[in-house]
Design a protein around this ligand. Structure first.
Ligand code: C5P
Length: 222
């Protein structure tokens, strides 16, 4: 059994929309609704739990909880409302171009690998990535052939995610994704090739890109 958690409690300051990012309108609906719709199209999910900013009403058909101060805290709060399940799918509401096919592929990859603790959507990096020191000088050019840019959905064995989240608040605050916490706890995380269309909405330009991609998808629908 799989439960999905959507973290949607961020303030979205970098979007400069004057309201929580999850509520920003994208192609006529709140940003968070696109992830809910994609996950509701999957038959295999037991429940969807959404972590929302305080005071935001629950969307239809999901369990809502109040999010925490940092992303991993929102994941922890949503997990506490998940009920019984073996697998947990974590989705950022900031990725509205999620498809049911990608969510299904990430779940299937974890189910197929008994040794893995988590499976995560990711794409090979196309830019050259350099590490830069505090004075602005390059300290290292990383080997691009081994680099993947990580997205959500990320799917975990529940026990592994619970163990990974049981760390002190400083480590929770540092985590930009949950897989990192599982890696730190010695877990095995596998990547599932995804699409760069599954972009993350952070800036006003990302929102414009997402709008164009969603409108194109809507036009393609029969
Ligand atoms: O801040 P960042 O872009 O990493 O946020 C990724 C996702 O985590 C977003 O969907 C955001 O709503 C969510 N989040 C959350 N609770 C927080 C911070 C971020 O649910 N306290």
């Amino acid at each position: 059994m799989t439960v999905a958690l959507i973290v949607a409690a961020g303030s979205g300051e970098r979007l400069r929309a004057g309201q929580p990012k999850a509520l920003v309108e994208l192609a006529g609906r709140p940003l968070v609704q696109w992830s809910i719709d994609a996950l509701q199209a999957l038959d295999s999910l037991e429940r969807i739990v959404v972590a929302l900013p305080p005071g935001v009403p629950a969307p239809a058909g999901v369990t809502a909880v109040e999010g925490g101060a940092v992303r991993s805290d929102s994941v922890r709060r949503a997990l506490a409302a998940a009920g019984a399940c073996e697998l947990v799918l974590v989705q950022d509401a900031a990725r509205p171009l999620l498809t049911p096919e990608l969510a299904g592929a990430v779940i299937a990859a974890l189910e197929a690998d008994a040794e893995a603790d988590a499976a995560i959507a990711a794409v090979p990096v196309t830019d050259t990535i350099k590490a830069v020191d505090v004075l602005g000088a390059v300290s290292e050019t990383l080997d691009r052939s081994r680099l993947w840019a990580v997205q959500t959905p990320q799917v975990f064995r529940r026990s592994a995610l619970e163990r990974a989240l049981a760390v002190d608040p400083e480590q929770l605050a540092q985590a930009t994704d949950d897989a990192w916490l599982v890696e730190r706890a010695g877990g095995r995380v596998i990547v599932v090739p995804a699409s760069d269309e599954n972009l993350k909405v952070t800036t006003p330009m990302d929102l414009r890109m997402a709008e164009l991609l969603i409108q194109a998808r809507l036009r393609q629908r029969p």
